[in-house]
Design a protein around this ligand. Structure first.
Ligand code: P6P
Length: 332
């Protein structure tokens, strides 16, 4: 029964920068996860459900738990001197920590503090997503947007917490994907899956088919392909869509599947945000032997232009994403 802390220390040499820093980074995430776990389980009882009357930059009405999760992770991350600043789905602009971080803070963290928040009120699992980069501007100066607009292939660590039937923390530092299950009775995350890999073949597809009429032709053709009877290729696939990226991705990672959020009428550039949803999940997917594209190019190679930019998103078992990309290429 290895704890997350023990595992990080054991694998510290996997972290490309320095000893102790990964522990500090992930211990902040771990602390935030424990607090959110605690309050999600009591949300209905301590009246932090429902809307708080504010909206975030996406124009989405913030759920109380969204704002609570954002403040919780912000405080936990600010308490770690190695972190110079953060970007968050719930923050319109960068949050640059105190001036002492200009010299001490070697890392920046981007996060979606509580993804899938529309599920909160109906007791369906939600998640936190995080992405960690080494700052690239000069130490001794405050971090700038340049430190955050790095392509996903520069991430030094990424992961998610899924608050489901159990709370799990899943992360990578580029040396495989490792999953830890939380034991709330003693407040410890235990290693439950080391070196997680996608199954070689998939059998599930996750997409909101309600938007079918507005999907690109390639996506429409791929959906019909998923539904066609063909024993040799394990079809028809099963359709599973929770409406929570972290939960859909987590299930597809363990069971074998593909998640697609393409461009739609409401979201012509896709709904998912590249920096704190697309990139971290893509890093995990590739480390688990899978693939992540925008239908045409590798997600991790996209050079970001804006903090909250969106991207069409295809992620999962490599052969399934290859098939979907082929339909996109054949139906421009
Ligand atoms: P729709 C949650 O808001 C999210 O960003 C993802 O977690 C989820 O997969 C998607 O949006 C759900 O969007 O349009 O299907 O409700």
């Amino acid at each position: 029964m290895k704890t997350l802390g023990e595992f990080i220390l054991e694998k510290q040499h996997d972290f490309p920068h320095a000893t102790g820093e990964l522990s500090a980074l992930l211990s902040a995430i771990k602390l935030g996860a424990k607090i959110i776990h605690h309050d999600i389980n009591r949300a209905g009882l301590i009246d932090i459900l429902g809307e708080n009357g504010h909206a975030n930059i996406q124009g989405e009405r913030q759920m109380k738990l969204d704002a609570f999760a954002n403040e919780t992770f912000k405080a936990a991350l600010e308490a770690r001197v190695v972190i110079a600043g953060i970007a968050s789905e719930e923050e319109d602009n960068l949050v640059i920590f105190g001036k002492d971080r200009a010299t001490e803070g070697k890392y920046v963290v981007l996060m979606d503090p509580l993804d899938g928040s529309s599920n909160i009120d109906v007791n369906v699992s939600v998640g936190t997503i995080f992405s960690i980069y080494h700052r690239i501007t000069n130490i001794g100066t405050p971090v700038t947007e340049q430190d955050f607009l790095q392509p996903g292939n520069k991430q030094v660590a990424a992961g998610y917490i899924v608050y489901g039937s159990s709370t799990m923390l899943v992360y990578t530092t580029g040396c495989g994907v490792h999953a830890f299950t939380y034991d709330p009775s003693i407040g410890v995350f235990y290693l439950s899956h080391e070196n997680v890999q996608f199954p070689s073949i998939g059998k599930m597809y996750s997409i909101n088919e309600g938007y079918y009429s507005k999907f690109p032709m390639g996506v429409k053709k791929y959906i019909k392909y998923c539904q066609k009877e063909d024993e040799k290729t394990n079809r028809p696939y099963t359709s599973r869509y929770i409406g929570s990226l972290v939960s859909d991705f987590h299930r597809n990672l363990l069971k074998g599947g593909i998640y697609i959020y393409p461009s739609t009428a409401q979201y012509p550039n896709g709904k998912l945000r590249l920096l704190y949803e697309g990139n971290p999940i893509a890093f995990l997917a590739e480390q688990a032997g899978g693939k992540a594209t925008d239908g045409y190019q590798r997600i991790l190679d996209i050079v970001p232009q804006k903090l909250h930019q969106r991207t069409p998103y295809f992620v999962g078992v490599k052969s399934m994403v290859d098939d979907a990309d082929r339909f996109m290429a054949e139906n421009p």
